[in-house]
Design a protein around this ligand. Structure first.
Ligand code: GLP
Length: 241
């Protein structure tokens, strides 16, 4: 696990964007794993700037998102479909058929999850996966638990996660309590992983992910056994290391 501590959010975003950009230049048809949340917004902005400046071209890139809320339509402005379009996909030249996000309205959830795994495999696997981290150490929506759940699945969200997500919704009743997420093995199969985190609120999660032993109660701790993980955190998120 390689650790990069940056001065601030801006530098964290730039360092992460530099890695994605150099990968995309070397492999224009790369398979990119995307994350949602506030943390990658700066990184996505930098990718948009690099695209506008002619450094990168998304026409052959394929993307797979980590997760999506369950029971939320993709046109809902709180869906991760909506977020990805607004923050990245609508601003670059990626063909929409190259973008993949789990269907939160799928009637047959099991089939949707299996099909997602199949689509990732058919694309040749994920070359580079971007990850954020939840305050409870989750990656994607893999919540702390007794075991690591390997494949893409439906998950009941933790109270802490529901609480953290509630800031985006107008009332408590609207906050989704379930989500579809790539599993731990789905994430770990990515050839390269970048985990980004910013701010004091993530310091405990980063401490537990980086310093503690591997345990499903800290889902991000599994990253220790991945051969190519770069953790990029600003000074505040690194403050407990
Ligand atoms: C959600 C997403 C995660 C993300 C986390 C942190 O739970 N499913 O993928 O890492 O939020 O979000 P933020 O970056 O807003 O702190």
């Amino acid at each position: 696990m390689k650790l990069i501590i940056t001065r601030d959010y801006e530098e964290m975003s730039r360092r992460a964007a530099d890695i994605v950009i150099s990968h995309m230049v070397q492999k224009p048809d790369m398979v990119l794993g995307l994350a949602t949340g506030s943390t990658p917004e700066g990184l996505y902005q930098k990718l948009i700037e690099a695209y506008r400046g002619g450094t990168i071209d998304f026409s052959n890139v394929r993307t797979f998102n980590l997760d999506e809320y369950y029971g939320i339509d993709e046109d809902n402005d709180q869906s991760y479909h909506y977020f990805m379009k607004e923050k990245l996909l609508d601003h670059v030249n990626i063909p929409m058929e190259n973008t993949h996000i789990l269907d939160g309205m799928a009637e047959d959830v099991h089939a949707e999850c299996m099909d997602y795994e199949r689509r990732i495999d058919e694309a040749g696997g994920i070359d580079l996966q971007i990850l954020g981290i939840g305050k409870n150490g989750h990656i994607g929506f893999n919540e702390p638990g007794d075991v690591f759940i390997r494949r893409t699945h439906l998950v009941d969200l933790d109270q802490e996660t529901i609480q953290a997500n509630s800031r985006f919704f107008t009332c408590k009743e609207e906050v989704p309590t379930q989500a579809l997420t790539m599993g731990i093995e789905t994430i770990m199969k990515a050839r390269k992983i970048i985990l980004i985190a910013s701010g004091e609120g993530k310091a405990e999660a980063i401490y537990r992910a980086v310093k503690c032993e591997i345990h499903p109660m800290v889902p991000a701790s599994i990253l220790h056994v991945h051969p190519d993980v770069t953790v990029i955190v600003d000074e505040e998120a690194a403050s407990k290391l």
